[in-house]
Design a protein around this ligand. Structure first.
Ligand code: C5P
Length: 241
């Protein structure tokens, strides 16, 4: 994908806040040259499109993490609306199927500044039982691989994947398919409620393109310093070629 370095930030800070004011307080401490921002369902539902536009106007690349999943026409219109907000990345559920993903792709292509369109495969909160219960055969891992391949064939730019999946997906999907990985913890950081974590260094070495990082930055005494420390780990990983 893109090259590492200034103005191509690999760190996507998860703005998991209940209101816009709190999110903006954190954002004021961050430099858009070193990070992108992720706005999820809670913050978007409270802060609305105005917040996203404000972040975009402040020069941040925004990943709008709303995981659209509906009939093709509805998802296409929602993706077009996200693109109109000027977001850098938007996502849909791969379980919505090929026609839904193709419609989403066509919709984002119609805007001048096309956002990256990525898929969610199997939510990492789901275990073998959950997957079986909704009628899918095979392990969660089998389903992740199958859905990622479907997402690629449907024209998506990549998928969100856990640190457990990134190595296999990089091998299966080739170099140009984007992999976005949450559950990242710098060495020595608290895991919080994440069960399977990976360091920024290992995530990049395993083939991840973008690292979603929340609490290690948002809860830090000095968020910008925490961000730069993670960037330093990423630089080491890239430096080893
Ligand atoms: O604070 P922390 O670094 O754990 O935040 C991770 C972010 O990534 C949160 O916004 C969380 O919802 C998101 N995420 C995740 N695991 C997934 C998908 C998304 O942690 N499988």
């Amino acid at each position: 994908m893109l090259e590492n370095g200034l103005n191509d930030p690999r760190i996507v800070v998860a703005l998991d806040y209940a209101d816009a004011a709190e999110a903006l307080e954190l954002v004021e401490e961050l430099d858009p040259a070193y990070c992108r921002l992720k706005v999820g369902k809670e913050l978007f539902t409270r802060g609305g499109p105005a917040l996203v536009e404000r972040l975009v106007n402040d020069d941040f690349d925004v990943f709008l993490d709303l995981k659209f999943h509906d009939i093709p026409n509805t998802v296409a219109q929602a993706c077009a609306a996200a693109a109109d907000l000027g977001v850098w990345m938007v996502n849909v559920h791969a379980l919505g199927g090929r026609r839904m993903m193709e419609a989403a792709r066509e919709a984002v292509e119609r805007v001048a500044y096309r956002p990256l369109l990525i898929g969610v495969t199997i939510l990492t909160s789901m275990d073998e039982n959950d997957v079986r219960e909704i009628g899918l055969t095979g392990t969660p891992h089998d389903n992740v691989l199958r859905l990622a391949e479907l997402a690629q064939r449907s024209g998506l730019d990549g998928v969100v994947c856990s640190s457990q999946e990134v190595l296999d997906l990089r091998q299966a999907m080739g170099k140009s398919f984007g992999l976005v990985t949450p559950g990242i913890r710098p060495r020595g950081a608290q895991a919080n409620d994440q069960k399977r974590i990976m360091t920024p260094y290992d995530a990049i070495r395993s083939g991840s393109d973008y690292l979603v990082v929340g609490r290690p930055i948002t809860m830090a005494d000095d968020p910008m310093r925490a961000l730069l420390e993670i960037q330093a780990e990423i630089d080491v990983a890239f430096g080893e070629g």
